[in-house]
Design a protein around this ligand. Sequence first.
Ligand SMILES: Cc1cc2nc3c(=O)[nH]c(=O)nc-3n(C[C@H](O)[C@H](O)[C@H](O)COP(=O)(O)O)c2cc1C
Length: 350
Amino acid sequence: MMKRVAAVIFTLIMVFGLVACNGSEAQGRVKKAADLGQSKDEEENAMSLPETQSTEQATPDIEKSNILVAYFSATGTTKELAEYAADILSADIYEITPEQPYTSDDLAYYTGGRADQEQNDPDARPAITGSVANMERYDVVLLGYPIWHGQAPRIISTFLESYDFSGKTILPFCTSHSSEIGSSADDLHSLAPDAVWLDGERFAQGASMEEIEKWLEKNDINVTSVQAESIAAAKVGEFDFEKRTVMLNSGYEMPIVGLGTYSLSDEECYNSVTALLEAGGRLIDTAYMYGNEAAVGRAVRDSKVPREEIFVITKIYPGEQYQNPEKAIQDSLDKLDIGYIYARVIIGTS
Ligand SMILES: Cc1cc2nc3c(=O)[nH]c(=O)nc-3n(C[C@H](O)[C@H](O)[C@H](O)COP(=O)(O)O)c2cc1C
């Protein structure tokens, strides 16, 4: 028994092998056999990095976001909230900057000054300096502005008319002294008619980061899988010895302390996997051929370790399983009975 428990091995060598095998093997999280195709697509996405160019004024170290926070802010109130959103989402941020800056006289409202005049003229289009590079890269645009006489400043119209927003989701937000968002966001829809417009939100001056976070959650805006995969892809092959993980080319972090269960059957296997999990190991390598998938599954189910922390690998063998991989995976899922596996699908033999 002790000998078997000692089979809790550090699998660094195997891990190196897995990371290196990107040509002949594919790893992906498989929830059920029918997800296979999707996993492959996701993997391909993860492997093809988007262009690294970013917006001209974007945060330089975040180049792969598919979310853009674009905002205009004359006195800094909206800017602060835009920065919160960009921070929370690890999104790119772009400030809509007027070619001719607004002076305090321009902004003094109800004086007939420049801002008043622009707001009185629906056709006013104040020029913008700079532009968003690669706007096509973004799927979601958060659009922030201050309320000016119940509306978005006309420079927002200039911005919306400058790009093709077809198919992009736009989530407006605004700040104001006291006015609600009113019709200000709805009135922008005709300027980007092919975008998917979400309902906008108004924030008071000094709104907190938590408020912004809640608002983003409410709208289901988060770091998308595409973005997460892109970020992950940049780290493929990197070992994190503190977290005890390595980044796979599928974008998943695989634990590096684990157990190979070859030759372990039933109770031996159950006890060994249980010992591994208690000792902090999180990677389990099993196979249909080992005849112990059910025991692995039972140990995983019985353990108090959260399921998502446990990385279970099983395999597909040449022959009958190659003929019907979906069935092979489904059989493994049924035997394991742990919801999903991180499958190591062996495509070639060696
Ligand atoms: C020309 C102009 C018009 C404004 N109109 C309104 C208004 O109709 N309702 C309101 O509550 N605040 C109004 N404000 C105040 C701004 O909306 C508010 O101060 C905003 O938070 C400023 O954002 P910023 O610092 O990002 O520019 C107006 C400000 C200006 C300069």
